[in-house]
Design a protein around this ligand. Structure first.
Ligand code: TXE
Length: 480
């Protein structure tokens, strides 16, 4: 049984405690590898290594940092198939999805920030005949990066690439539920010649390793992606230590469909925005609001297409949905389906655990589920489910749908379908979220600010926002 290792000070090492966590293959519901059950001692070793490496890495010319990060991007691309298969086995998602989305995006994350630092500029402010002000941006030091299990390598690299590119050293912890591609990335970093101590990956539980990173006095900046509850716990520890925090948290995103939409394009994309990655993307549109005039037409078409989605072996390209990431998460999603029935919902399709015959019979699968007839402010429509479960709610006018769409504690993303440009601008302007897609979903330009408002988090990732997050500005004023 493969026991993966931590990556500390440029080497692959065992956890000090020499204890391990079972790592499951969700498609089969069986243990397939072991993950280090690290603790604060492994974190301390990583902080020592990162601190020692920082003076040299932070003063390495940007062109040299860029070249090393580009080498990592190239190695990710070269190992696309191996990484995609590993991601699929670890997370349960279809291999074709990991090949098309997760792994290419991980390479793009490195490529984007390796080149962004070559074009970053800072401001100067001239005071007429008196003084000149210029802004310096310094890397902060050792950055803590903690990531979730839904898009493992994609979100892990989305944090470490800008942190490293801007001259910081990193102590990173991937989710203990999906550690494999971060481990494989360690090997690629060694192959790329990343200097020792610049990146350190410590595997293990959030309440042990994640908490140790959050609380460590020599880690002044934390970038976290995960659940809102965990984000609040991290903020509780980090705030009194005046740490810089980026929190990308949960979502309960509205998908607003007006009668004047391009129906066929909307329907095709809405199947994806509802069930892609088994609905385990915080950007999925889990609350679908449909203008009453096309409600029945939409319901008929959407249910018919959802029923055609095949579920099963993630290695079989014909399957649109793979397995849910863990038994515990599958049970959480099923509990919300039960709740929806208690709250008066009607299940239009799905609603149960899917059983796949043969070697996958012990795997964790849920049918794509569509529910109607719920109040917009019931728990099913207010709380994050984070699975292949969507609700349908009709609306009569813009004011009505904006009230419902903006009614949750979250504010991450929203989707709007209309062919009226003025309506699109007006509705987008009035939605309380960090991201609005109009007539599309998950169309991503890495330069754009990424993140949410309210309980979807604080701060933004992406583009120069991330480079600003991982550096400190200093204004220098020179008397003329
Ligand atoms: O989160 P958890 P999960 C959200 C998504 C869902 C949840 C799923 O909407 O709600 O995250 O991810 C570590 N101190 N997003 O269940 O448990 C843990 O080990 C420090 C939103 O994984 O919060 C893991 O590595 N760390 C997002 C990481 O935190 C701790 C996209 C996340 O785990 C910790 C993806 C602690 N006390 C998911 N406890 C977006 N907005 O983009 C756990 N961890």
């Amino acid at each position: 049984m493969l026991a993966i290792k931590n990556y500390i000070n440029g080497e692959l090492v065992e956890p000090i405690a020499k204890t391990y966590i079972d790592n499951y293959n969700p498609a089969k519901g069986s243990v397939y590898s072991l993950t280090p059950d690290s603790d604060e001692r492994d974190v301390q070793m990583s902080v020592n290594a990162a601190t020692a490496a920082f003076p040299s890495w932070s003063t390495t010319p940007k062109s040299e940092r860029s070249a090393i990060l580009l080498r990592i991007a190239e190695l990710i691309e070269k190992n696309l198939d191996k990484l995609a298969i590993a991601e699929s086995i670890d997370n349960g998602k279809p291999i074709w999805l990991a090949k098309m989305v997760d792994i290419p995006r991980a390479a793009s994350n490195f490529h984007f920030y390796a080149t962004a630092i070559l074009h970053d500029a800072t401001d100067t402010y001239a005071m007429e005949n008196t003084a000149i002000n210029y802004t310096l941006r310094h890397p902060i030091g050792v950055a803590g990066c903690i990531s979730p299990w839904n898009l493992p390598l994609y979100l892990f690299t989305w944090k470490i690439a800008p942190a490293l590119a801007s001259g910081n050293c990193v102590v990173a912890k991937p989710s203990e539920i999906t550690p494999m591609t971060a481990y494989l990335l360690s090997e690629l970093c060694i192959e790329a010649g990343l200097p020792k101590g610049v990146l350190n990956i410590v595997h293990g539980y959030g309440h042990k390793v994640g908490a140790a990173i959050t609380a460590h006095p020599n880690i002044p900046v934390i970038s976290f992606t995960g659940g809102t509850k965990t984000g609040a716990e991290i903020a509780r520890i980090a705030a009194p230590m005046f740490k810089k925090l980026s929190l990308e948290l949960g979502g309960k995103n509205p998908n607003i469909i007006f009668s004047d939409c391009d129906f066929d394009k909307m329907l095709k994309t809405t199947i994806n925005s509802s069930f892609s990655n088994q609905g385990e993307i915080c950007l999925c549109g889990s609350r679908i609001f449909i203008e009453r005039g096309i409600y029945e037409k939409f319901k008929t078409g959407f249910v018919a297409q959802a029923k055609q989605l095949t579920i099963g072996n993630p290695a079989d390209d014909k399957n649109r949905l793979g397995a849910i990431v863990s038994k515990q998460h599958m049970e959480k999603i099923l509990s919300y389906i039960d709740l929806s029935k208690q709250e008066g919902g009607s299940i239009l399709c799905g609603g149960k655990q899917a059983h796949i015959a043969g070697e996958f019979e012990k795997g964790w699968y849920i049918e794509p589920t569509i529910i109607e007839g719920l109040a917009y402010d019931c728990r099913t429509n207010q709380e994050e489910i984070f699975g292949p479960v969507v609700t349908l709610t009709p609306f009569d006018n813009e004011e009505d749908v904006l009230k419902m769409a903006n009614s949750t504690i979250y504010g991450l993303a929203a989707t709007v379908w209309t062919e009226s440009l003025t309506k699109a601008h007006r509705v987008a302007n009035n939605l309380h979220s960090g991201i609005v897609w109009v007539n599309c979903w998950l169309l991503r330009d890495l330069r754009t600010p990424f993140g949410g408002v309210k309980s979807s988090g604080i701060g933004r990732e992406g583009g120069f926002e991330a480079l600003r997050f991982f550096t400190e500005p200093k204004n220098v004023c020179i008397k003329l």
